[in-house]
Design a binder for this molecule. Sequence first.
Ligand code: GDP
Length: 329
Amino acid sequence: PNSKTQDGKPRLLLMGQRRSGKSSISNVVFHKLPPSETLYLETTTKIKKESMHSFMDFQVWDLPGQFDYLDSAFDSAEIFSEIGALVWVIDAQDEYLEAITKLNATILKLQSTFPSINVEVFVHKVDGLSDDYRSDTYRDIVQRVQDELSDAGVENAPVSFYQTSIYDHSIFEAFSKVIQKLIPELPTLEALLNALCANCRIEKAYLFDIVSKIYIATDTSPTDIGSYEICSDYIDVIIDITEIYGKIPDPNEEFTNGAEQIGAKEVGNGPAESLITLEKKGNYLYLREVHQYLTLICILGDDSPTDRKGLIDYNVSVFEHALTQVFPR
Ligand code: GDP
């Protein structure tokens, strides 16, 4: 429905007050900028449209002063009719009352015009807060938003909250949850991943958007804390190796960060594939590129997979075939 456009990509809009962290988020998540370097970023000053080789599309909007972006004079309809989720960034280290007022005005407006847009509130920069203060702040923000909405007679608005920081994995996990809500095929993907895990004794399988390191689906077994981190570090290793030994990136290509070249090193353009052992944890990790933007990463537990590598390869090929039916290339 409205989360999709002709090219079938989930679309996101990132909004929030100046200095709340929008450009930092988009640079860390989509351009692999080290978090500490965001200190030197120029703040978002206008509407920016991002285009990248990713499974999703998104735009970053700033909210300068009194500019009323929902005003009828301003063509918000065109943009809002295209997006599936509005990510609203609130700086948890700053005064947030004004941000909440604006957020609520936006939610109420959207309720009457585009009620199916998910509003995803990122209570951001929580890394700088002590544990107690962090949960108090989070609860206070949630409470204030919900109270104001129910005062306005809105009870079931599709609003969710996340605690995020660019200094750890929380920003990626939050985006993963946001994106998964926009994928109507999610139950199919989960069923396919469940079957894959059951057929070749895989502990956990993730389907990653390689450029952003956001996972768009995983099997339905419980997730260990740390599984996501291991997989995401693994992607970094593979990308670094591809950058060094793979195809030389085309400098004319916008937003080239090596990620989209993954697999280019293979003879005959085969998909990228890798299997490594984590000595310390006694785990095996298996990675295979399965789609233009998507890569499968599996955690294989502690028995050596060498005797069933053929079985895994075969099942992954079956999975890959099924995936092309879900998302035609
Ligand atoms: P924008 O105006 O919304 O685009 O905000 P910026 O991305 O320019 O960020 C403003 C400041 O917040 C920068 O100095 C960032 O380094 C800082 N910042 C962004 N995200 C985080 C975070 O998760 N934690 C902390 N501590 N600082 C952050």
